[in-house]
Design a protein around this ligand. Structure first.
Ligand code: 6PG
Length: 246
């Protein structure tokens, strides 16, 4: 992996899928060992979209590298669809990932999508508060949040100029925007910025412009630019095509 620093951000660039898989797996092993040593569990939030699928598939082949019984998986965002819809994040991850690793159902924390986005956002906030044993107003600390970036600079389901349809939740929000196909639920920027580690995983030439905008031009209005975990570890993991304008 090639390493670059742009405007204080740490960027890792992999030439091949094998490079990216090895790098991500090693990172995951080391973060999970560190977290389990400290608190006997490893708590992560994953994103949907197509980009991470190659790595989830790889992880099923390397399933013995991670202590799944001590790993808890939340979702950075979800689309308000039935789980059997092919665009459901949980549905896709269950099929390609969870069904192929030795993890208990109780360690997986999907967004409940059956009552619409507002109810899903508030139920998911409660789920997070209960799991971390927090009071309303306190922030959870995930060991790792893995995010993607959309061509418009969105991350999780936080879109540029997004309209949150709830203002009574802090950890999660219901999201509707005229240009997205279905309502969504997302964790919020304060939750992301309070994580111990945040990894952006971005691939493909079609993401090169937005990465240049975020990293080189310092466009600070984009949701992905607002991800700045203070004193914690933020890294960008890219393939050569996504990094081609950096
Ligand atoms: C989602 C996401 C979203 C995604 C980006 C990139 O559920 O859609 O979590 O933020 O990471 O849109 O998506 P691709 O990887 O499909 O390009």
């Amino acid at each position: 992996m090639e390493m670059k620093k742009i405007n204080g951000r740490n960027i890792y660039i992999g030439k091949t899928e094998v490079d990216l898989n090895n790098f991500l797996l090693n990172q995951l092993i080391s973060l999970s060992c560190e977290a389990i040593k400290k608190s006997s569990k490893f708590v992560i939030a994953l994103s949907g979209g197509n980009t991470p699928v190659f790595f989830y598939r790889y992880l099923t082949k390397e399933k013995h590298s991670i202590a799944w019984d001590k790993t808890h998986i939340f979702f950075a965002d979800e689309r308000i669809l039935p789980y059997d819809d092919k665009e459901s994040n949980y549905g896709l991850m269950k099929k390609i990932f969870f069904d192929n690793i030795p993890i208990l159902d109780e360690n997986i924390h999907p967004v409940k999508t059956d009552g619409g986005s507002q109810s899903a956002a508030s139920k998911y906030e409660k789920e997070i508060l209960n799991y971390f044993n927090l009071k309303r107003g306190q922030l959870p600390q995930f060991d790792l949040i893995m995010l993607g970036i959309g061509r418009d600079g969105h991350t999780a389901s936080l879109f540029p100029n997004y309209v949150s349809t709830t203002d009574n939740t802090y950890l999660t929000c219901a999201v509707q925007a005229s240009y997205i196909k279905y309502e969504r639920v997302s964790i919020t920027i304060p939750v992301i910025n309070n994580a111990r580690n945040v990894y952006f995983l971005v691939r493909g030439r079609e993401k090169a412009e937005i990465l240049r905008d975020i990293l080189k031009n310092g466009n600070s209005n984009l949701p992905a630019s607002k991800v700045k975990p203070k004193e914690r570890k933020l890294i960008f993991i890219l393939d050569s095509a996504a990094a081609s304008l950096l």
